[in-house]
Design a protein around this ligand. Structure first.
Ligand SMILES: C[S@@+](CC[C@H](N)C(=O)[O-])C[C@H]1O[C@@H](n2cnc3c(N)ncnc32)[C@H](O)[C@@H]1O
Length: 307
C-alpha cells in the first residue's frame, strides 16, 4: 500500500465546510486525518475541530499525528453520537459538520479487517472491533431467508437467494470462517462474467449489516441538525447509492416547510424547514482526481446549510 488513504474531494468538501476561520468543526470520519488536517489549515488559532472514528488504529494514528495541535480533540466514538460528544465537550453548536463515509484504503487492504474479498483473511467486516457480531457469525447463524434479504437489500444483488442457499448448504459441513471460503461459495453459483460485481455487492451488504451503517447514518444526520449552528454546513461524502439516497432524502425532507398532502386546504403539519440544500446535484470527483485515485470514482458530495 503506497499510502494509508488518499482523501477524496478534499478541496471541494473543506471549501464548503468552512464558513468562518475561528469556528468549531466536527469530522465524524477521522480515518488518517486527511480532511481534519486540511480543515486545520484553514482555521486560525481560535478555531478548533472535534473528530472521531470507531476504528482504534485510525484513532491511535491520529492521536500521534495531531499531538502538538491544541485545536484538535479526538474521540473513538461512533459518529452517530455527535450530540453526546458535543455535550461532553460543552459545545452547544458546531459551525460545520463533515462525514466522509465508508472505509479507508488501509482498512480495505488490511487483512486484519477482512473488508475485501480479494484479500485472504478472517471474515470479520466490523469497523468497530467491540461490536459483538462479525460477518462470519452472521452467515453461520442467521436463517437462509435473512441472509438472502441482507444480500438483496444492502447489496442490491439479484442472485441473493441462490447465494444464500449455497451459504446455507456449505455451512452444514463446516463453519465458514474466511473471505476466501465465502468467495468460493459465491463463485460456485455466479456467472464468471458478473463475479467481480457480485463479490463486491455481497461484501458491501455484509459490511452494511454488521456495522448497521444505514441506521447509523440516519441517526447521525438527525443528531447533526440538532447541533449545527445557523449558517453552518452539513457536508457528506458517500460512496454507494444506498448511502447517497439516505443523505439526499434527508436533505430534501429537512428543506421542506410543509409536508401536508397537496389537497389539504391549509397547513396543519407544523413542519419546520431546517436546511437549505446547497448542492442541487451531488458534486463528483474530476477526471483527474479519479485518474489519480480510483477509489474516488463512486464518491458523491452533498451539502446543506442550517437555517
Ligand atoms: C473514508 S474513511 C475517512 C478518511 C478520512 N476523511 C481521511 O481523509 O483520512 C472513513 C472512516 O470513517 C470511519 N467510520 C465509518 N463509519 C463510522 C462511524 N459510524 N463512526 C465513526 N467512524 C466511522 C472508518 O473507520 C474510516 O476510518
Amino acid at each position: 500500500m503506497s499510502q494509508l488513504h488518499t482523501p477524496v474531494l478534499l478541496r471541494e468538501s473543506v471549501d464548503y465546510l468552512i464558513t468562518k476561520n475561528d469556528g468549531i468543526y466536527f469530522e465524524g470520519t477521522l480515518g488518517f486525518g486527511g480532511h481534519t488536517q486540511e480543515i486545520l489549515k484553514q482555521l486560525d488559532k481560535k478555531g478548533s475541530i472535534v473528530s472521531t472514528d470507531v476504528d482504534k488504529g485510525a484513532f491511535e494514528y491520529c492521536k500521534n499525528k495531531f499531538r502538538d495541535d491544541e485545536r484538535v480533540k479526538l474521540y473513538k466514538f461512533n459518529f452517530s453520537l455527535i450530540d453526546v460528544i458535543a455535550k461532553i465537550e460543552s459545545i452547544e453548536f458546531f459551525d460545520g459538520i463533515l462525514a466522509d463515509l465508508g472505509v479507508s484504503s488501509f482498512q480495505l487492504e488490511s487483512a486484519a479487517a477482512g473488508f475485501s474479498y480479494s484479500i485472504h483473511s478472517e471474515l470479520d467486516l466490523r469497523l468497530d472491533k467491540s461490536l459483538r457480531k462479525t460477518a462470519a457469525d452472521f452467515i453461520n447463524q442467521e436463517t437462509e431467508e435473512e441472509i438472502a434479504r441482507v444480500i438483496f437489500e444492502y447489496g442490491e444483488e439479484k442472485n441473493s437467494r441462490k447465494i444464500a442457499r449455497q451459504i446455507s448448504e456449505a455451512r452444514k459441513n463446516k463453519r465458514i470462517k474466511t473471505t476466501d471460503e465465502l468467495k468460493k461459495i459465491i463463485m460456485s453459483v455466479t456467472n464468471p462474467k458478473y463475479l467481480t460485481k457480485t463479490l463486491s455487492r455481497v461484501f458491501q451488504a455484509l459490511r452494511i449489516y454488521v456495522n448497521d451503517e444505514l441506521s447509523v447514518l440516519k441517526s447521525f444526520l438527525e443528531n447533526s441538525v440538532e447541533v449545527l449552528n445557523e449558517g453552518g454546513r452539513l457536508v457528506v461524502i458517500s460512496y454507494h447509492s444506498l448511502e447517497d439516497r439516505i443523505v439526499k432524502e434527508f436533505f430534501k425532507y429537512e428543506s421542506l416547510s410543509c409536508v401536508c398532502p397537496p389537497e389539504a386546504p391549509i397547513c396543519t403539519c407544523g413542519k419546520i424547514k431546517r436546511l437549505n440544500i446547497l448542492t442541487k446535484k451531488p458534486i463528483i470527483p474530476s477526471d483527474s482526481e479519479v485518474n489519480k485515485n480510483k477509489r474516488s470514482r463512486s464518491a458523491k458530495l452533498r451539502v446543506a446549510e442550517r437555517i
